[in-house]
Design a protein around this ligand. Structure first.
Ligand SMILES: [Zn+2]
Length: 107
């Protein structure tokens, strides 16, 4: 995956939402995006900027699926079986590769 490009796009989104230093940021990563790679990319891109000191929490974003058998909707990794009936599911709404969940300005 292109963790650096994803991190740069998340930062561009953040900068549209707010200016100045941030205390903490929560970021959700979609399936297939490596958390460690994203963390390294974040450090590289924000080093020396006013985002460099923000505390980052990395979360996992999941796909939205619907099962073949009964139409149950659930969230999970792609190909994950339905938690209600065990049938195979198809992805109806893929998780975004990266999303800013919430952020908090530095005091
Ligand atoms: Zn089901």
């Amino acid at each position: 995956m292109h963790e650096k490009e994803l991190v740069e796009s998340a930062i561009a989104t953040l900068r549209r939402l707010c200016d100045g230093p941030l205390a903490r940021v929560e970021i959700a990563l979609g399936p297939g995006v490596d958390t460690h790679e994203a963390e390294l990319a974040w450090k590289t891109v924000t080093d020396g900027t006013d985002l460099g000191d923000a505390h980052i929490t990395w979360e996992r974003a999941y796909d939205r699926l619907v099962c073949d058998a009964a139409g149950h909707e659930y969230t999970g990794e792609a190909m994950e079986a339905c938690p209600y009936c065990g049938a195979d599911g198809v992805v109806i709404e893929p998780a975004p590769p990266i999303a800013v969940v919430r952020w908090e300005k530095a005091a």
